[in-house]
Design a protein around this ligand. Structure first.
Ligand code: APR
Length: 246
């Protein structure tokens, strides 16, 4: 497989729930996944938040409490990406669909959370963005503007526009290597990134996943297995390739 990437090349990495699975966090669409237990229409849309804000807040409070109380740790898949960002001479950007904090805990710094972050909330009234580790309730007052009922999880719900899309497409334009890890390719625009890099051309695309995603056939290269195994192996080949080139 022709995968010679220049050492000063740009690597864009899309991650999904699968990379956090071995850290103990559920995926959405695998067997017993989150959406098999709760209807996304009840907890992950703006309409749900208007209809039943308490149900939505409780859903995210439970997932936030899991991060805060159980303190899931990055697994070798996350740690390998931190090693790549540290040792790759060119730019490495993680675009994650995940709302957990495991890429940060692993040590990556160049991260875009396109679907938001569980440990942040924002105020619909004064637009402030706050780090938030406790529960959020419908009568919780905004610490900045003191209005109540205006705080919401800093999460992109279905039907809302993902965050930093301009920055993401700019990076995809520049990418020499696009790696997709632990995502089923069900949700756009993330599921369309591989198509985008193919149209831009001159970018090698790789899928590292437990099973073939919906977009598997679009990738130049596919490697299947648990992220904690296939990601470190892939990163090591990338870094040894450039050692041989320099
Ligand atoms: N290692 C690698 N991949 C794994 C592992 C693992 N240990 N376990 C599961 N996977 C793969 C599955 O094969 C599947 O393709 O991770 C993927 C998880 O898919 P989804 O549950 O659909 O998660 P994701 O693709 O991240 O969902 C995208 O949908 O509900 C929205 O906003 C939510 O960000 C989420 C988006």
């Amino acid at each position: 497989m022709n995968r010679r990437i220049d050492p000063d090349g740009t690597i864009v990495i899309l991650t999904g729930a699968g990379i956090s699975r071995e850290s103990g966090l559920d995926t959405f669409r695998c067997k017993d996944g989150i959406w098999s237990k709760v209807d996304l229409e009840d907890v992950a849309t703006p309409e749900a938040f208007v209809r039943n804000p308490k149900m939505v807040q409780d859903f995210y409070n439970a997932r936030r409490a899991q991060l805060v109380d159980e303190k899931p740790q990055p697994n070798p898949g996350h740690l390998a990406l931190a090693k790549l960002e540290k040792n790759w001479p060119g730019r490495v950007l993680i675009v994650t669909q995940n709302i957990d904090n495991l890429h940060e805990l692993a040590g990556n710094e160049n991260i875009i959370h396109m679907h938001g972050e569980l440990m942040k909330v924002r105020c619909n009234h004064c637009k402030t963005l706050l780090i938030w580790e406790k529960g959020l309730h419908i009568d919780t007052a905004c610490p900045d503007c003191h209005s109540t009922g205006s705080l919401r999880p800093h999460i992109v719900w279905f039907g809302e526009i993902p965050l930093q899309m301009e920055d993401i497409y700019e990076a995809l334009e520049d990418a020499d290597l696009f790696i997709s890890i632990g995502t089923s390719g069900n949700v756009y625009p993330a599921a369309g990134f591989v198509q985008a890099v193919k149209q831009i051309g001159d970018c090698h695309s790789v899928e590292l996943n437990l099973d073939p995603s919906n977009g598997a056939t679009l990738f130049d290269e596919t490697i299947y297995g648990p992220a904690s195994e296939v990601v470190p192996e892939f990163v090591d080949t990338l870094l040894s390739d450039i050692k041989n080139q320099t």
